[in-house]
Design a protein around this ligand. Structure first.
Ligand SMILES: Cc1cc2nc3c(=O)[nH]c(=O)nc-3n(C[C@H](O)[C@H](O)[C@H](O)COP(=O)(O)OP(=O)(O)OC[C@H]3O[C@@H](n4cnc5c(N)ncnc54)[C@H](O)[C@@H]3O)c2cc1C
Length: 459
């Protein structure tokens, strides 16, 4: 009762809940992780309210779980030790866009869809790097898990696009890092010591982000796609190398899945490019075609003819086709292990994905995104399941487990890992690095209240 009353005093009765139905909503995400209901859900409206909630949680040593849209599918915002879920979606102001400096300052509840629509309406020559997650996913949630979007091939992980942060630290202090810590401008976190690293990739265990500075990029008037098709996965890494060498592509996506049948056993390399004029588009198309001409001549690969409706499908942003395979088993669920791997491991990863799917008698899907100029890629091992069929869910879970192991064997790193995969990572990583992570958490969060369970498995 004390905690409930205190939360009502902070945010008002309308924005606190301990109602069973609402607690249920926050006990799960759309993946296959364990469920646990929180004790309370609270929706703060400002950084000061977040601060008061953090101070309260410290007083009672009760867990706090910051939540955006909870769409990671790996349970990273599930309150596994109960406590207070802090749903940040009410804080959804786009505070500033600095057009000439190409950055925006936003609150943590701003969704991908909201930022995209706002920029298209008010700053049509600017855009941000958009993941293929549903538009209701938050920009901050995506940054905090090192997400990747349509500009990642050009500029790297979305988390490298951060220009400043405001954080409520686990002890309740409000802290700004980057240029905004000493200037009204939010243009960069450099050249100061790189404190942003203490918050990115930590799944909310080191503080609650209440403002984010984010780089924006030129939005070109036209966007087009070419799809290169190969039947030998061993050649994909070289094809990607040649394509990225042209520096003409905006986004490069790999895809392989057994459905529809026409895609079976061929790899599609989707190459997105853009321009402000037809001339620019045609120039880029020519450069991209030329880069893989030797494969076309040797008949090892070729460009696919796209009818206008198929092309429209491919050009959709975010791409809804990413999840379409999830209904292969009727029942609409899917899980995936996003493996961050060197591109040269593509063929081996695909082989492992197929072996795992076969062993567990389950179908699969693969979508990958090149990050940087081929510096690495996100390779998804994806498995659909039917929510009404327990056995299919178990099979997907086992296949997922094996995919995490396969990722590590490939020399890769599981992205946004579930708790058991976080354990696998911490057990295998350099012991002193794991110890350093533990020390950082202990230093920032002496009461261990922030999203407990995550990144805290004993090294
Ligand atoms: C169909 C589908 C397609 C997807 N495609 C992509 C893709 O192309 N690229 C990609 O990168 N991802 C993709 N994802 C994964 C994921 O959904 C997105 O990355 C999404 O942006 C995560 O945002 P969220 O708001 O759901 O974050 P949440 O799940 O709510 O949060 C993520 C983590 O950050 C913490 N957190 C959230 N907000 C805060 C805050 N303000 N302060 C501190 N901690 C916080 C949470 O506790 C959690 O640990 C996809 C997911 C689906 C379902």
């Amino acid at each position: 009762m004390d905690i409930y009353k205190a939360l009502v005093d902070i945010v008002g009765e309308e924005f606190v809940s301990r109602n069973e139905e609402e607690l249920y909503i926050y006990s799960r995400d759309s993946g296959l992780t364990e469920r646990e209901k929180p004790d309370f859900v609270v929706m703060p409206g400002s950084a000061e309210e977040v601060q008061k909630i953090v101070l309260l949680a410290n007083k009672y040593k009760i867990p706090l779980i910051p939540v955006g849209a909870s769409l990671t599918l790996s349970g990273l915002a599930v309150p596994i030790r109960k406590g207070i879920v802090v749903d940040l979606r009410r804080m959804d102001r786009i505070i500033e866009v600095n057009r000439l400096g190409r950055y925006a300052v936003i609150e943590p509840g701003v969704t991908q869809g909201k930022l995209k629509a706002f920029l298209e309406r008010n700053y049509p020559d600017l855009c941000h790097s958009m993941p293929d997650a549903p538009p209701s996913a938050t920009v901050v949630g995506n940054i905090l898990i090192h997400g990747q979007g349509n500009l990642s091939q050009l500029y790297g992980f979305n988390s490298t696009m951060v220009t400043g942060l405001e954080i409520v630290l686990p002890t309740g202090k409000i802290c700004r890092i980057g240029s905004c810590s000493l200037s009204p401008y939010w243009f960069a976190v450099e050249p100061l010591p790189y404190l942003a690293g203490i918050f990115l990739g930590w799944f909310g265990t080191t503080g609650i982000i209440t403002k984010l500075g984010l780089r924006l990029y030129p939005r070109k008037r036209l966007r087009d796609i070419e799809v290169f098709v190969l039947d030998d996965p061993e050649k994909v890494a070289d094809v990607v190398y040649r394509i990225t060498h042209t520096e003409m592509a905006e986004d490069v996506i790999t895809m392989e899945q057994p459905y529809p049948m026409m895609f079976r056993d061929v790899v599609l390399v989707q190459i997105y490019f853009n321009g402000d004029s037809e001339e620019e588009i045609e120039f880029k198309r020519k450069m991209l075609w030329n880069s893989v001409m030797n494969y076309i001549r040797s008949r090892d690969g070729g460009f696919m003819f796209l009818t206008p409706d198929v092309q429209e499908d491919f050009l959709e942003k975010p791409a809804s086709s990413v999840t379409r395979f999830a209904d292969v088993m009727k029942g609409g669920g899917f899980v995936y292990c996003g493996a961050i791997i060197p591109v040269e491991k593509f063929a081996e990863a695909l082989r492992k994905l197929k072996e795992i799917a076969k062993r567990h008698e389950i179908t699969y899907g693969h979508v990958g995104r090149i990050v940087g100029r081929g510096h690495c890629m996100m390779f998804s091992f994806s498995f659909p399941f039917n929510r009404a069929d327990r056995a299919s869910m178990e099979r997907a879970k086992e296949a997922l487990h094996e995919s995490y192991l396969a990722t590590l064997e490939l020399g890769g790193i599981p992205w946004k890992p579930e708790l058991f995969a976080q354990k696998m990572i911490l057990e295998r990583m350099d012991k002193n690095a794991a110890e350093l992570m533990k020390q950082i958490r202990g230093l920032l969060d002496p009461n261990g209240i922030m999203n407990p369970g995550n990144w805290e498995v004993e090294p």
